[in-house]
Design a protein around this ligand. Structure first.
Ligand code: PRT
Ligand code: ZN
Length: 226
């Protein structure tokens, strides 16, 4: 059994859309850090709250495994991994603690511009490319539609032009990427933004108090921003 940690550890994206706003938000809660040489770990100075800089996809798992206590991640990533755990009968291990008001986007179904969209039933027997197989499968089941989920880790929007899929399910913000690939959004499956994620189980006393202090400051900062 590893020794109990007496510092709080927060996972944020190392680089990418949420990296800078996540750090700025935590800094506005009065946290500051001494950076390590490899820039993967930042040691908290004003409070015993450290940062781990990682791929966003790793954040839910780091919380589930107890390697990190909290994380800043897109609700889309948290929900996908939560739906995957549920589909495999694994217990919920992480959940959304707060929505943070940046990184907003949606998970949308998009079809070729030339299609006359009549509704989800039209997707029966079709191939849909996505990086969100659990959320897409759940949505298809809710709609009562049997379609094939084609898992791609990136460049999802190009799949129809390559003949890999008939439609796509992907993250959209401005819609410019869809338009550039002659696709149009026809259904929103999920509204997303950055969230503070934490464990379902309670933290131990020391880290629980640190988390409570951070949440009080965070709620103050979020109130002022709105
Ligand atoms: O390296 P790492 O794995 O950490 O990063 P990543 O490449 O997986 O994630 P990143 O940085 O691209 O996105 C992090 C999070 O930002 C996502 O999980 C979402 O919660 C959120 N977010 C907000 C977005 C977008 N907006 C967005 N537009 N994530 C991705 N996109 C993509 C979109 O899919 C499209 O391909 O950006 C492209 C441009 O979008 P349009 O609609 O404006 O053209
Ligand atoms: Zn990622």
């Amino acid at each position: 059994v590893p020794p109990a940690r007496d510092r709080l550890r927060i996972a944020i994206q190392k680089s990418g859309r949420l990296a800078d706003p996540a750090r700025a938000l935590l800094a506005s809660c009065g946290l500051s850090w001494r950076e390590s040489r490899d820039r993967l770990f930042c040691y908290g100075e004003t409070l015993p709250v450290d940062l781990l800089l990682v791929r966003d996809d790793d954040i839910p798992g780091l919380i589930a495994d107890g390697v990190c206590d909290l994380g800043v991640v897109g609700r889309n990533v948290l929900a996908e991994q939560g739906a995957d755990r549920a589909a495999n009968d694994r217990p919920a291990a992480f959940r959304e603690w707060r929505s943070l008001g940046f990184g907003s986007c949606r998970l949308a179904l998009a079809v070729p511009e030339g299609w006359a969209w009549q509704g989800p039933a039209q997707l029966a027997g079709m191939r849909i490319a996505t990086s969100y197989p659990a959320l897409l499968s759940r949505w298809l089941a809710e709609q009562g539609v049997a379609a094939e989920v084609v898992l791609l880790s990136g460049s999802v929007e190009i799949a129809p032009r390559l003949g890999q899929a008939d439609a796509v399910c992907d993250i959209v913000s401005s819609g410019a990427t869809l338009a550039a690939n002659q696709l149009k959004p026809v259904a929103t499956m999920f509204e997303s933004e950055a969230v503070l994620a934490g464990p379902v189980a309670e933290l131990d006393a020391v880290r629980g108090e640190l988390a409570a202090l951070l949440l009080r400051r965070l709620d103050g900062v979020l109130r002022m921003r709105h």
